[in-house]
Design a protein around this ligand. Structure first.
Ligand SMILES: [Zn+2]
Ligand SMILES: [Zn+2]
Length: 431
């Protein structure tokens, strides 16, 4: 287990304080983690999760505001004059059936769109919450080491891309002191547990969801000439869409077009009236995003014409319940400052630069306000180094986020996450 030994070197904590802190809180935090893990809740339904966090923050003396964006919350601790730093955790879990075999594995289900679904913390938000709370406790116990205000934000519905936006729409920054900096972390199974991965600038992608309905004219499968077959149309469109990234985009500009769902027809011998497709589109720049979306529209309508469709296809962007999320762009100066603070105390191999990814995160929204707030989300490794080594020797990779097998090495990752955050906070809130 990585201890908070590095903090001793800096004099940020005395040895006695570290030992005391862990004596009291390591088992409590691991217990909290296991309780969050075994009782996951879906987006905007994180009622008992939010309750657990508010209660604990309040016990620590934080002023807690609940019910922001439904289940969202914020805990404020003022400690003299100085900057305001926001620390965000997300609260929600995913409709995934857990198969980790852990003793505290989730067996929960919930109702989603009228259907019973399994629920699992497959994105590690339970780890984020445990670190967030551990940090809140540590800061209270060391108020003589920092000065300013910390705001702990518990955000619902990260997975649907809706939570951060709704918190801001409901006036988060009027309810709490307006932050000068915003910080968050996200677990990362590809890094050894406790390792910090940082990215300067764009770290996560723009996410757009596209619904396409190709219209044909249904008929008998034995008489295709009397119908207009939307399935053949869809097949052509699926192939054409592959060429947007490979043939239209500048190869140095990151972009993804993935067709995640395609539905049409009911049985062997009926040509259906329509086929529905759902796409996810990833990019970094607004220009790339607009270009891809325009290409999708152009291809859908050109293929409809080519296959004599009786009506133009519907192409709807971000119209479903999956909200668009803007790219998360880490403020370069803030990244450099915090990385320097980490490098001063942590072993070299624990702080590494990590390449950006095309996954989405709505954390970027907390900084994308007027005037903007410098923000930084870093990654925290969650796979035991020995396990990473075994896997790589076997040519394998750890279970990714959102996998039913994702089981983070929390005994190392949670204290390391608290430590990384604590170093960042006490640097930004220097006395
Ligand atoms: Zn996720
Ligand atoms: Zn996540």
């Amino acid at each position: 287990m990585i201890t908070m030994a590095a903090l001793l070197l800096t004099g940020l904590l005395t040895q006695k304080e570290v030992i005391e802190y862990w004596k009291h809180f390591a088992s409590q935090l691991l217990e909290l983690y296991r309780s969050l893990h075994s009782e996951p809740e879906l987006s905007f339904e994180e009622r008992s999760t939010a309750q657990k966090l508010s209660e604990r923050l309040r016990n620590e003396g934080y002023e807690v505001i609940e019910g922001i964006a439904g289940t969202g919350l914020a805990g404020v601790m003022r400690n003299g004059s100085g900057p305001v730093v926001l620390v965000r955790t997300d609260l929600d879990a995913l409709p995934v059936k857990e198969q980790t075999g852990a003793a505290f594995a989730s067996t929960r289900t919930a109702v989603l769109n009228g259907q019973e679904v399994p629920v699992m913390h497959a994105c590690g938000h339970d780890v984020h919450m445990s670190i967030w709370l551990g940090l809140a406790q540590l800061l209270v116990r060391n108020k003589d080491k920092w000065q300013g205000t910390v705001v702990f934000v518990g955000q619902p519905a990260e997975e649907t891309g809706a939570g951060a936006k709704r918190m801001l729409d409901e006036g988060l920054y009027q309810k709490i002191p307006r932050p000068n900096y915003a910080l968050a972390l996200h677990v990362d199974p590809y890094l050894p547990s406790g390792t910090i991965g940082y990215t300067r600038g764009a770290a996560f992608a723009n996410v757009n969801s596209v619904d396409i309905v190709l219209k044909g004219r249904g008929g008998h499968g034995a008489a295709p000439h009397k119908a207009v077959d939307p399935i053949v149309m869809a097949a052509a469109l699926v192939q054409s869409l592959q060429t947007i990234v490979s043939r239209e985009m500048n190869p140095t500009e990151p972009a993804v077009v993935t067709i995640g769902s395609i539905h049409g027809g009911t049985r062997y011998n009926i040509i259906p009236d329509e086929v529905k497709l759902q796409l996810t589109v990833r990019s970094y720049s607004a220009a790339a995003r607009d270009r891809i979306l325009n290409s999708i529209r152009r291809m859908a309508s050109a293929i409809a014409t080519a296959y004599r469709a009786p009506a133009t296809p519907e192409v709807l962007v971000d119209a479903g319940n999956q909200l668009a999320t803007p790219a998360t762009v880490n403020d370069a100066a803030l990244v450099d400052r915090i990385v320097a603070a980490w490098q001063k105390v942590l072993p070299k191999e624990r702080v590494i630069e990590r390449s950006p990814e095309m996954i989405g995160e709505d954390f970027g929204r907390f900084g994308e306000v007027t005037p903007p707030i410098p923000s930084f989300m870093f990654r925290l490794g969650t796979t035991a180094p020995e396990e990473l080594k075994h896997l790589s020797e076997a040519g394998l990779e750890p279970a990714p986020l959102h996998s039913s097998y994702y089981l983070p090495d929390v005994e190392s990752a949670i204290p390391a996450g608290i430590e990384a955050m604590y170093i960042a906070l006490t640097d930004l809130l220097k006395r």
